[in-house]
Design a protein. Structure first.
Length: 369
């Protein structure tokens, strides 16, 4: 009996040791001892030099007493890899260009250009303008009536007239509703893609028209265009709900998450690392910085009498036999990549693919790492 208990305790200790070891931050064997931050670097790039899981950057950096914010590092900073008394890796500032540090002092940067977490060139259009809106939200927006010429589409030389009351001098973005974001399981429309068409500034506020007052359209002066402006395009304050961070705190969600990729920023069938995707989960389930795994369901197998076939390849007879004793076997889900959420709306979220083992597809499953 004592031997059995001893073996059981030994097994539990081995399991606990393995579990703890699996969660210990592991540094890549080829990680540099020092690194000079370069213009164009991102936290993701740098952490990828040191970790196989770059999103665990905050654990590697921890808190450095020399800086106010461990996420703010700048081109020219020299990073040094060290290990604490328990053997845990730490990455910190070893020196600063043209700055003198005192043991008690904190470094205050005058340079506003801290490096970003991810390449902002990829996600800037989504951070700044593009978003998902409901039909009700779209219907309530002011819209373009026409321009000061009879052209059916306008460019930057035109004055635009708007049905709706605007704020004189304020900046406005012109949007066009696009494809619907549809939940693949319920068939529910979760929102509509809205893409930036132009940026403008209001020089006449307009008047809605009611008892005792006549209608007068608001007027916009076009500042820049990405495509031709059409009658019926929608108008939104240019920076409405667009104040989003360049630095993201990357972390696992605290609760269980289960969703799917329902669209991508391109119309390609498959996409890769740093492509932007849309998820059928909104701000009630996710927040910016959440890291999630991308999984793919392996094909279902019908096993009838030792002659397994994939369900999609099964003959009509085999599919009938399935309902009369044939065994349907669900195969496991396999991980094919990782992503980071960078923007959420009511019912959908935008994420960037940060790692791939195979090309990512619409329909792939999103869940916790």
């Amino acid at each position: 009996m004592l031997k059995k208990i001893t073996l059981t305790l030994a097994a539990l200790l081995c399991w606990f040791s393995a579990a703890v070891t699996a969660d210990v931050l592991q540094v890549r064997p080829d990680a540099p001892a020092t690194y000079v931050v370069k213009p164009g670097d991102t936290l993701w790039d740098i952490s990828g030099l040191y970790l196989n899981q770059p999103w665990r950057w905050p654990e590697l950096w921890q808190m450095n007493p020399q800086v106010d914010n461990p996420h703010l590092i700048y081109p020219g900073d020299v990073l040094s890899l060290t290990f604490d008394s328990e053997g845990r890796p730490r990455l910190g500032l070893s020196s600063k260009r043209a700055m003198r540090l005192t043991p008690q002092g904190r470094t205050i940067h005058k340079n506003p250009d801290a490096i970003a977490t991810l390449p902002l060139g990829i996600i800037r259009p989504f951070l700044s303008y593009d978003q998902a809106m409901s039909q009700q939200q779209i219907d309530a927006l002011p819209y373009i009536l026409g321009s000061n010429s009879a052209a059916k589409s306008a460019n930057e030389t035109n004055t635009l007239y708007v049905k709706g009351e605007l704020v004189e001098g304020a900046a406005y973005a012109v949007y066009r509703p696009g494809r619907a974001y549809v939940d693949p399981d319920s068939g529910e429309v979760l929102g509509y893609e809205t893409r930036l068409i132009a940026t403008t500034r209001a020089f006449r506020p307009g008047q809605a028209g009611s008892e005792g007052s006549s209608f007068e359209p608001a007027a916009l002066r076009v500042l820049s265009v990405t495509r031709e402006i059409r009658q019926g395009d929608k108008v939104i304050p240019a920076y409405d709900q667009q104040a989003l961070p360049a630095q993201f705190v990357m972390t696992k969600p605290e609760q269980a998450v289960s969703g799917k990729i329902i669209a991508s920023s391109s119309d390609l069938r498959e996409f890769a690392r740093m492509d932007v995707v849309v998820l059928n989960l909104g701000q009630s389930a996710l927040r910016a910085g959440h890291m999630l795994g991308i999984y793919r369901q392996s094909p279902t197998v019908v096993d009838g009498g030792g002659k397994p076939v994939y369900l999609e390849d099964a003959s009509r007879l085999q599919k009938v036999m399935r309902d009369f004793g044939g065994e349907v076997l669900e195969m496991p889900k396999e991980k094919v990549g990782e992503l980071m959420v960078f923007k959420t709306s009511d019912n959908v979220s935008f994420a960037v693919v940060t790692q791939t083992d195979k090309p990512i597809r619409v329909g792939d499953i999103i869940t916790n790492l």
